[in-house]
Write a protein that binds this ligand. Structure first.
Ligand code: GLN
Length: 280
């Protein structure tokens, strides 16, 4: 069977299993199978596939049809300006989270050599994107998951920022090292009882530890705010990603811990998603 036919078959199978963007996904999985980019596929539609390639392709199509996210099947996700390695230990970087990066870059245009702390670094997408753009900045990332730290380490090496990054395996409560000019976090913020309503691709495959915000969705946010208030320098900035219905509650928590609210931003779906505040 040739490349084009296989992609068509794969796409038909995916759409019969209710996978949106089935043709694109089929193309991406073909590119992964034959270890080429999508351009190669477009230029070589009649190339005949080896038997083993066809078997591998059909296995990937089956995995995708049962909801496995494309990012986990390819182990890649593009975020901001870079490609990140991801696997099932890390949340897949979301376009919404680019708001945090945008805010930080805007806030630090005139800054030099600042120290940034990322609480719950995951794949590293936020902090490493910043370190890549601002060559004089230093970063510290903490995460409860050692496996995530391994992934962010690999990403830091790929992005050539690892010499300016320190990583620690730690619970947010227990981390007490350093003082920071800026703190950023995208903590788990979904209410426990709402987890089961997330998309199948999300709840079936992404790490619950990175999503579960406890009974009221704010358990981790509370800890992150408290810890940031301790570790941030006076006048330091705090950038926090939040759930769509958490803005007012989180603003109150921040004020109680001595933060001044600078701004809040909405994501592409017009949901409140990011809060910028200053420690006073
Ligand atoms: N925005 C993510 C989602 O919708 C949740 C990320 C998080 O809890 N930090 O699945």
């Amino acid at each position: 069977m040739n490349i084009n036919l296989a992609i068509n078959e794969g796409s038909k199978f995916l759409s019969s299993n209710f996978i949106p963007n089935s043709y694109l996904d089929s193309e991406i999985l073909m590119a992964k199978t034959i270890n080429k980019d999508r351009n190669y596929i477009l230029l070589n539609p009649t190339k005949i596939l080896k038997k083993i390639e066809l078997i591998n392709f059909s296995n990937l199509i089956k995995l995708r049809s049962s909801g496995n996210p494309i990012a986990y099947l390819t182990n890649k996700k593009f975020f901001w300006n870079s490609e990140f390695i991801v696997n099932q230990d890390t949340l897949i970087p979301r376009p919404d989270t680019e708001l945090a990066v945008e805010n930080i870059l805007n806030l630090t245009k005139q800054k030099n050599k600042i120290n940034i702390l990322d609480i719950g670094i995951g794949s590293g997408c936020i902090l490493l994107s910043i370190l890549k753009e601002r060559k004089s900045f230093y970063g510290t990332g903490i995460d409860i998951s050692k496996k995530c730290l391994n992934i962010s380490k690999m990403n830091a090496i790929n992005l050539k920022v690892s010499s300016r990054l320190k990583l620690f395996k730690s619970d947010v409560d227990k981390f007490n090292l350093g003082k920071y000019d800026l703190v950023v976090s995208n903590p788990p913020y979904i209410k426990k009882c709402k987890l089961k309503y997330l998309d199948r691709d999300v709840i079936g495959f992404e790490p619950k530890q990175a999503l579960d915000g406890g009974l009221d969705g704010l358990s981790e946010i509370r800890k992150v705010i408290k810890k940031s208030s301790e570790l941030i320098k006076k006048n330091g900035k705090f950038i926090l990603e939040i759930g769509f219905d958490q803005k007012n509650k989180v603003i109150n928590l921040l004020k109680r811990e001595g933060f001044y609210i600078n701004s809040t931003q909405k994501d592409l779906a017009n949901n409140d998603r990011c809060i910028v505040s200053t420690k006073i």
